[in-house]
Design a binder for this molecule. Sequence first.
Ligand code: SF4
Length: 226
Amino acid sequence: MTYKSLDQLNDAIVHCTKCPRLVSFRTRIAKEKRRQYQDWEYWGRPVTGYGAPDAGLLIVGLAPAAHGGNRTGRVFTGDKSAEFLMRCLYDAGLASQPTSLKRDDGLILNRGYMTPVLRCVPPGDKPTARELANCQPYFRDELRLLSDVKVILALGGIAFKACLKYYQSLSPIIMKNYPFKHNVHYRMPDGKLLIGSYHPSPRNVNTKRLTYDMMVDMLMTVKELL
Ligand code: SF4
């Protein structure tokens, strides 16, 4: 199906049931809940992208977290990764506030749009190849509709690979010519700049594989490129 608008695409995404394992997992998490969120009505559905339709920057993550996006219904919202990422985006001048806590918290991304390559939380944060392939067409359609994007910032190796797969679906590219590292920049065949970044996960942040300075420095460069 060809979606004519982001609204149409997002409507299809939130009703998607293509991956039985993920449908069952996201529903179970939403029912069982984490103790500290017993009062929340979990979203428990696929999570769409979020931000400005005329965004110049597309930030790409892997998938909603079980008690983050799967609870709040917004990508990079309500978990530790969101906490670190939003503070860095705010300090780099790319977000209107340093926190991302819930869908109606007023967050505005300055010329930015955030999206996951997999819309449903996978068990153990490990999607199967089939699940990633099932969800890839939504990412392709989103990129087509976000026609002002100049820079794609992929957070983590899986998101980066999904971006390369998108390009491979347009015209043959040699994947091994695009190794993933932090702050690696590639000019892609359509003129967009693809930037790789370590994922702002607690594991990467706590081990200092990714520091606040590394992230903000990179985001300041991204801002200049927009
Ligand atoms: S991961 Fe994507 S394709 Fe699979 S059920 Fe969720 S929205 Fe649908």
